[in-house]
Design a protein around this ligand. Structure first.
Ligand SMILES: Nc1ncnc2c1ncn2[C@@H]1O[C@H](COP(=O)(O)OP(=O)(O)OP(=O)(O)O)[C@@H](O)[C@H]1O
Ligand SMILES: [Mg+2]
Length: 270
């Protein structure tokens, strides 16, 4: 059997403030198999984003203590424990093993550069020496797929000349230029209206299937988890409360907390 694309074992995170260690994550363990779409759900403050920051090495070294194992599968099938690498190598390693889509990914756009220039730069970063005309053609196709109308005209604009929703869709499309096998999305569609949310989520899922990507989808929205994730991890107060196949967890939640979360979602849908 092949190893999972990602395996997290007993991840513990403390934030150190005034010489005191504040516990943030406790014994978080889960894995993501090839092609698996796993949802990470839980209320605000559950530790979902903090888990993601550990995987992506986005925490400031001086203020955190991380223990456990974060094992990424390499192309040759071997595994590398991110937490065994020296700090200065971790961010580059995470960047090459994950494709990250954040809630505020619009902030990833450079306000001083036209969309086409920054998109081209990102594409070339992942495909050094790529053919510019070919890349431009593909970018125009992507605009269409993401429901961004205006083609060339949009590409000539600066980020502030576009709506927030458009910027977010462009930022997501640009993030997807990465060839990494694991996609991590943290509430990627919150600033979009329902129709565009659906469209983007469906597009991301389709892309995972096409490219054989795995995904960690972090969200409050259990409806989305049910619609797209085969497996789910429910978190609360920095711990995992319950996890398993989404259909089983939703049909027969074992933990009172999961039941309450599901009830909350149902009452909102009524
Ligand atoms: N710099 C910090 N110092 C101390 N505690 C922090 C710090 N940053 C975050 N936390 C705490 O870490 C916990 C987990 O936060 P996290 O952002 O991971 O939650 P989340 O599940 O992503 O919530 P949301 O759904 O609102 O995004 C929270 O209790 C938060 O207060
Ligand atoms: Mg969060």
């Amino acid at each position: 059997m092949t190893e999972p694309v990602l395996e997290v074992r007993n991840l513990n995170l403390d934030i150190v403030k005034d010489r005191r260690a504040i516990p943030i994550l406790r014994d978080v363990s889960f894995s993501v198999e090839e092609g698996e779409l796993r949802g990470i759900a839980g209320e605000s403050g559950a530790g979902k984003s903090m888990t993601m920051y550990c995987l992506t090495s986005l925490l400031p070294r001086r203020t955190v203590q991380i223990r456990g194992e974060i094992l990424f599968r390499e192309e040759d099938g071997s595994r590398t424990d991110l937490l065994k690498l020296p700090w200065k190598e971790r961010q580059r390693f995470s960047a090459s093993h994950t494709c990250l889509i954040l809630q505020d990914s619009i902030n990833a756009l450079n306000p001083f550069e036209r969309i086409d220039a920054q998109w081209m730069e990102t594409a070339l970063l992942h495909r050094p020496g790529g053919n510019r005309d070919e890349i431009r053609g593909r970018i125009l196709q992507q605009l269409d797929t993401f429901g961004i109308h205006g083609g060339e005209e949009v590409l000539r604009k600066y980020p502030h000349q576009l709506s927030g929703g458009m910027r977010q869709r462009i930022a997501i499309a640009m993030a997807l230029e990465s060839p990494a096998k694991l996609l991590i999305a943290d509430e990627p569609t919150t600033s979009l209206d329902t129709i565009n949310q659906r469209r983007i989520v469906e597009f991301i899922v389709e892309l995972c299937r096409e490219r054989g990507l795995s995904m960690l989808y972090i969200t409050h929205n259990l409806g989305i988890v049910q619609a797209i994730c085969g497996t789910v991890t429910v978190m609360k107060d920095g711990r995992i409360i319950e996890q398993g196949r989404t259909d089983e967890v939703f049909a027969d939640p074992q933990a009172a907390y999961t039941k309450a979360l599901l009830e909350g979602t149902k009452s909102l849908q009524r």
